[in-house]
Write a protein that binds this ligand. Structure first.
Ligand SMILES: [Zn+2]
Length: 554
């Protein structure tokens, strides 16, 4: 690995590192074939952001701002992905025919600059960015460009390539899953019709057609998947389920396979459970500062019940796992009972509900209580038995976390009342409720600012204030949809003494809500407004939240 002596010297000069720091890392850098600079970053002696700062301060290079730039396909086409990777550059923009803007992690590397000038045959404007940022840009946009090629869609393309080189369905199956994971798909559908076999991905909740495969390959794909998932390969007329684990860029992906026979053959759905997705810290979940503080107060309680609620697919498990992740499993006995176990955690005992063996939430919980637990996570409270067991666990000195399928935090209280939980037990155990919904996130690459209309002002209850909203546009990064990924919008209810009293009195939804608001509870619309003003999402995405709340919907 080439060493950047200039940067090391500048870091020394600015007293950001010492000669000792460098000396101690020479052997390690040799061993791992990284640069000393990389090892210094990995060891957190300096940060990648500080290196960018040095390039700016010492040499005057402008830093790349991901929010400002639109990706230019013409610039992309000047370099292959391999070249971009090799030189660690990202061609950003070709303003006119003779100038190209590139993003680089190391703009002092003159050899690379000469090479890219030769390839592009243009003058260069160089922006500097963190190494990881350049790598992300290459992965993200070269990938998109590839996927956007209308004629040769990726899968058929790869299929043809492999037919020439190595005619195996093994690679096709691997590519299918790799492609799904890297595009953030939650499900892969392979479905046969009379004339074609179609592949679709569910991305951010929406199904998208990705391409086709030939009928011959499709039969191979089914057999291969059945073998992987432990299904019967000779069975074609019965629905089958199975599961297997695979790897994507070093991380574990759990795949659940479901097969049903249709009139044109077996339809396959693969659900991808990306372990990395669940490894989000509470900081990254989109909670405001005030909400994080409330959450901290709620989870610090040694016993009691904490609920996460929201509709199906609102990211409840991610929030639950993040809360568990913030607890210390070495000094506490943490046990979960889940259906299914979506994410495997180190040092935590996880139990899978199983219909076959008759292990359900309620009797599983009963057994857990004999295992000297501190913290118990119950995947979902679905019935009165489970609710009763969970409350019993919470009242006997355990911290119980669970989810409830309700539309907002206050409605969860009424739901538990409906499940015949005695009021005094409910008020004594409930510590707090988080309610969340997912909305599509505006593409940061193409969103535009505009003045809100009168209707929008009205919807937000801000008729006279001066503010701006953001709107979707559509670019190559977001496949023209104007949105990219999703964010959670939440409300956090901390059960205060006055709310406890209202529960004790068996008050109805409206009265409890009134008390909560007087106690400082900020309903989900407030969080939505914050995200709207930050340009994270749009009113049309948040309509459901606004409508739900305005109707007092449960
Ligand atoms: Zn876009």
């Amino acid at each position: 690995m080439k060493e950047n002596m200039l940067v090391l010297e500048m870091l020394l000069k600015n007293k950001m590192i010492t000669r000792q720091h460098i000396a101690e890392r020479i052997d390690e850098a040799k061993r791992t074939k990284e640069s000393i600079l990389d090892v210094l970053v990995r060891d957190r002696i300096i940060t990648a952001a500080e290196i960018v700062q040095i390039f700016h301060n010492e040499w005057g290079f402008e830093a790349y701002d991901p929010r400002k730039d639109v990706i230019d396909p013409r610039a992309l086409s000047l370099f292959s992905k391999e070249q971009a990777r090799k030189y660690l550059i990202f061609p950003l923009d070709q303003q006119n025919d003779d100038q190209l803007t590139v993003v680089m992690a190391d703009p002092s590397d003159e050899e690379t600059i000469r090479s890219i000038k030769r390839i592009a045959e243009k003058r260069l404007k160089i922006l500097v960015a963190e190494k990881g940022c350049v790598e992300d840009l290459i992965d993200k946009y070269y990938h998109q460009q590839y996927a956007n090629q209308e004629r040769a869609d990726l899968i058929t393309h790869r299929e043809q390539k492999q037919a020439r080189q190595e005619p195996t369905v093994i690679n096709l199956v691997n590519d299918l899953i790799d492609e799904g994971v890297s595009r953030g798909a939650s499900d892969i559908h392979v479905e046969a019709f009379s004339q074609k076999v179609q592949v679709r991905f569910r991305i951010d909740g929406t199904l998208k057609t990705i391409g086709r495969i030939s009928k011959e390959s499709w039969r191979g794909v089914i057999t291969r998947l059945k073998i992987l998932a432990g299904c019967d390969i000779a069975e074609h007329r019965q629905p089958q389920d199975g599961a297997f684990t695979t790897n994507h860029e070093g991380r574990q992906i759990d795949v659940r396979l479901s097969i049903i026979p249709t009139i044109h053959g077996e339809k396959i759905v693969l659900r991808l459970l990306d372990q990395k997705k669940f490894l989000i810290s509470v900081d990254e979940l989109g909670f405001s500062k005030q909400q994080k503080q409330l959450l901290k107060e709620i989870t610090e309680a040694p016993h009691g019940m904490i609920l996460i609620c929201g509709p199906t697919g609102s990211g409840k498990s991610t929030t639950l796992y993040s809360l568990l992740n913030g607890m210390d499993p070495r000094t506490q006995n943490i046990i979960t009972i889940e259906d299914p176990v979506e994410f495997q955690m180190e040092d935590i005992n996880q139990i899978q509900v199983s219909e076959k063996t008759g292990l359900n939430f309620a009797n599983g919980l009963r057994a857990i209580l004999r295992q000297d637990p501190n913290v118990i996570m119950v995947g979902e409270i679905r019935d009165e038995d489970t609710a009763e067991m969970a409350i019993r666990a919470a009242i006997t000195g355990h911290l119980v976390l669970s989810t409830l399928h309700t539309n907002n935090a206050i409605a969860s209280i009424n739901r538990l009342m409906d499940m015949k939980i005695p009021l005094y037990l409910l008020s004594a155990t409930l510590r707090g409720v988080v309610s969340q919904k997912l909305v599509k996130r505006l593409c940061p690459n193409c969103r535009k600012k505009a003045q809100p209309t009168e209707l929008e002002r009205g919807l937000l209850g801000m008729p006279d204030q001066d503010f701006e909203l953001f709107f979707p546009v559509g670019c190559s990064f977001c496949h023209g949809s104007g949105y990219h990924g999703r964010i959670a919008v939440q409300e956090v209810l901390k059960i205060t003494r006055r709310i406890r009293e209202a529960i004790d009195q068996g008050e109805d939804y409206d009265s409890i809500r009134k008390v909560a608001i007087a106690e400082g509870f900020r309903p989900i619309e407030d969080a939505l407004k914050r995200q709207l003003l930050l340009g994270e999402t749009t009113i049309s995405q948040g309509m459901e939240i606004l409508a739900f709340e305005n109707d007092w919907h449960r």
